[in-house]
Each structure stands twice: as structure tokens, then as C-alpha cells.
Design a protein around this ligand. Structure first.
Ligand code: AMP
Length: 215
């Protein structure tokens, strides 16, 4: 059986940071659909080119693109693997589709970790976020700065601000979260699968709570 743990929470809640920190501890595979789409876009694949305008405006990429990507990923994943889904599902339609994709591919949604934080914290985190365009490592100018300002610790590339981390786009992404993704939380709550984590705490404390939820 393949085990799926879903990371839910608004942009900036710390899903990626927590998933990235905990995955190596339990040998899980961290699957970020945002990172997969950015990679597809950089390689100019058909899916990447289709996703481009949606991503740049902070909107959601069509469900079919995501469901196809996740279906292929589940099919190629070996049995016994634990997958951390960071950024998927983001709509009710995706959550419903995942039930079928999981059943068809010998996978089960174990639980959904909801990382919650007040809006002021989300805005501060997204505004200060920097990423490495080469290896994908994430930083924050004050909370998680690189050793040398502006340079990736892992590969030495120059860090950038994500195109969708500009103030107007951030606001739009938070609205999209409330309208399209918040219902996904209800979906997993009804199924009794939500584990609540306080995302306003520091990264190490959040990671500890997430690790406990993976049992
Ligand atoms: P993220 O890195 O998770 O913040 O995702 C960046 C962008 O990729 C989002 O703002 C969306 O445009 C797109 N994206 C990522 N995951 C999904 C998804 N599950 N459904 C639709 N769009 C997505």
C-alpha cells in the first residue's frame, strides 16, 4: 500500500517547510505540485505552458492538469512509499478525484495535516520568502536566511523572489485559498482525517508536531 499524508494550509502557512523537514526523517517523498509545475514551466512542457498564466496571476491551474500529474505520479510510486502531498488537493474536485486515483493505484489517504496561521504571519512569511531557482531550496530573509545574503547554501545560485510572491498576487492567492481550498479542509474533517497543527510556531516546533501526526 502507498500512504498519502496531505499538507493543508494557506500559502505561507509553512506546508513546504514542514514537509521538507520531516520527509527525510521518515523516508517519505515530498511532492510539491507547485514545484512540479514550476519545473514543468521551466522545461516548457505542454503542462507547464498551460499552467503559466494561472500561476503568474496566483490563480489555480485546471483540475485536469493536476489530476493527470498526480495519477502518473501514483502509478510510478512503489508500494510501501509514504508520500507527502504539499499543495494538492486544492479544490473539492481534486479531493474527490484523489479518492479514485488512490483506490486505482493501491494508495490510501492516511490523514491531512492542517497547518494554520493568522493572516499577518502569512503575509510576513510570503513577503520575505526567497527561493533558489536552480535547486528549489527555500529561505526567508529574516526567519530562515541563507549563510550569505542572496546566495543558496546548497548550490551557490542567486536567490530570487517567486513571481507569485508579489504583494497583489499574494493577496489574490489568499482569496483563492479561502474560496477554493478551505472547503477541502471540510472534506477531510468530515472523514475524520484532519490533524490540526499550530503554524504560528517556529519551524522546528511545527516540524515536531507534523512528525507526530505521521504515525
Ligand atoms: P505553491 O508552490 O504550492 O504555492 O503553488 C504555486 C502555484 O502553482 C499556485 O498558486 C497555483 O497556481 C499552482 N498550483 C499548485 N498546486 C496546485 C493545485 N493542486 N491545483 C491548482 N493549482 C496548483
Amino acid at each position: 500500500m502507498k500512504k498519502i499524508i496531505i499538507f493543508l494550509g494557506a500559502p505561507g502557512a509553512g506546508k513546504g517547510t514542514a514537509a521538507g523537514a520531516v520527509a527525510p526523517k521518515i523516508n517519505a517523498r515530498h511532492v510539491s505540485t507547485g514545484a512540479m509545475l514550476r519545473d514543468a514551466l521551466a522545461r516548457k512542457t505542454p503542462a507547464g505552458l498551460e499552467a503559466k498564466s494561472y500561476m503568474e496571476s496566483g490563480g489555480l491551474v485546471p483540475d485536469e492538469v493536476l489530476c493527470k500529474m498526480i495519477g502518473e505520479l501514483l502509478a510510478e510510486t512503489s508500494d510501501g512509499t509514504t508520500l507527502f502531498f504539499d499543495g494538492f488537493p486544492r479544490t473539492l474536485a481534486q479531493a474527490e478525484a484523489l479518492e479514485k486515483l488512490a483506490a486505482d493505484n493501491g494508495a490510501v489517504v492516511h490523514n491531512a495535516v492542517l497547518i494554520d496561521a493568522p493572516e499577518a504571519i502569512l503575509l510576513e512569511r510570503l513577503g520575505g520568502r526567497r527561493v533558489c531557482p536552480k535547486c528549489g531550496a527555500g529561505y526567508h530573509v529574516t526567519n530562515m536566511p541563507p549563510k550569505t545574503a542572496g546566495i543558496c547554501d546548497q548550490c551557490g545560485a542567486e536567490l530570487v523572489t517567486r513571481a507569485d510572491d508579489q504583494p497583489d498576487t499574494i493577496r489574490h492567492r489568499l482569496e483563492v485559498y479561502q474560496s477554493a481550498t478551505a472547503p477541502v479542509v471540510g472534506f477531510y474533517r468530515t472523514a475524520g482525517k484532519v490533524v490540526d497543527v499550530d503554524g504560528s510556531k517556529d519551524a522546528a516546533t511545527v516540524a515536531e508536531q507534523v512528525l507526530a501526526a505521521c504515525k
